[in-house]
Design a protein around this ligand. Structure first.
Ligand code: 13P
Ligand code: SF4
Length: 350
């Protein structure tokens, strides 16, 4: 990266001192993550958001739903800045508030809404989290999905899982002993979600038809191909991958889990990692004694995570250093209140 920009980022951060706290998700570019005070998966970053109350500014190097969650968890005491407002998440965009309200009406018409506990993946907008909070549900991330589902099934006999069908299905089937037939997929673009009332009444897990475009690129072929090419390879994937990928992998976990697994792996071992490419490349560079490779042959960055680049980071830090807050992410009070209910429920999971 451009040495002049690196120096400007360093100087702006030094000038801001303790007044700024920079959080970086593991999928961020190297040129950005080197300036993070804390790096993490989405769960760790949610926990960290409120951990430095003395810093009035949080610069969130991640995507929009993460910055919203940070704003909610800091209760407006800190100002959260997203260096590029175009850093969204295609998965989060797959569930809109109106669609989820409509889905709930379909569940009411099927006579099951009282039995359903809504659970939303962190990768959703604040108004979806607020919907879930208003209806007695919980937020989860890829590192606590099983605990969130255990909690939900202790409250109700069915779960509506938003918006990632893969995380919901993989957790239900691989960690909770559900069968694939216990799960149905609700399609927001089809009348009644494309499901009959009977299908909804028979289901235990109602999955929203959403997915991650990055993890969706890995296929069973990618797994079989790497096993042919690299004898003894361990396949390690994120639970946002498709069910057939996850069931044929050796290990599954959140980004934080993936990092720890590679750190603890013996020298000389081979790992094909199915997650975003910035993270896989960083792991390969950090562990030259291990054979760490990307699971697929084609490259697979998260284009919205990559929107946060060094020029945007420098721009937002230099603005703060001049006393100007740019790209603040602020959730309205009512939405924040109910979203916080669902987020706090996640943070309180046993
Ligand atoms: P985690 O950081 O929770 O593993 O999630 C990955 C992801 O896709 C974030 O957008
Ligand atoms: Fe969204 Fe997937 Fe990118 Fe994560 S990796 S921010 S889920 S598009």
């Amino acid at each position: 990266s451009d040495p002049e920009l690196v120096e400007r980022a360093r100087a702006a951060k030094a000038a801001l001192g303790d007044s700024v706290f920079v959080l970086g998700h593991h999928y961020q570019r190297d040129e950005v993550i080197r300036f993070a005070d804390v790096t993490g998966d989405s769960f760790k970053l949610a926990q960290q958001a409120a951990a430095r109350p003395e810093a009035p500014y949080i610069v969130f190097c991640g995507v929009h739903f993460m910055a919203e969650s940070a704003d909610i968890l800091t209760a407006g005491h800190q100002q959260v800045i997203l260096p590029d407002l175009a850093a969204g998440c295609s998965m989060a965009d797959m569930a809109t508030f109106d669609q989820v309200e409509e889905c709930w009406e379909v569940l009411e018409d099927a006579g099951i809404a009282d039995d359903v506990v809504p659970v939303t993946y962190m990768n959703s907008s604040a108004d979806i989290k607020a919907f879930v909070g208003r209806h007695g549900g919980v937020v989860c991330t890829s590192s606590n999905a099983k605990r969130a589902l255990d909690w939900a099934y202790a409250k109700g006999s069915k779960v509506l899982f938003l918006p990632d069908q893969h995380l919901g299905r993989n957790t239900a089937v691989l960690e909770m002993g559900f069968s694939l037939d216990d799960c149905v997929v609700y399609s927001p673009h089809r009348p009644e979600g494309g499901l009959s009332g009977q299908q909804l009444r028979d289901a235990r897990m109602i999955l929203w038809r959403g997915h991650c475009s990055v993890h969706g690129r890995f296929s069973l072929d990618s797994v079989e191909d790497v096993r042919r090419r690299v004898p003894g390879v361990n396949v390690l994937v994120h639970p946002e991958c498709k069910h057939e990928v996850v069931t044929n992998a050796d290990q599954i976990g959140s980004t934080e889990y993936i990092i720890k697994t590679i750190e603890n792996a013996p020298a000389g071992s081979s790992w094909a990692v199915g997650t975003e490419l910035n993270l896989v490349r960083r792991l390969a560079n950090a562990h030259p004694d291990k054979n760490v490779m990307f699971l697929d042959k084609t490259v697979c960055f998260c284009s919205t995570m990559n929107r946060i680049d060094l020029p945007h980071l420098v721009w937002s830090l230099e603005a703060l250093a001049r006393g100007e807050v740019v790209n603040r992410i602020e959730v309205d009070a009512d939405t924040a209140h109910y979203a916080r209910v669902a987020l706090d429920q996640m943070l309180a999971l046993p």
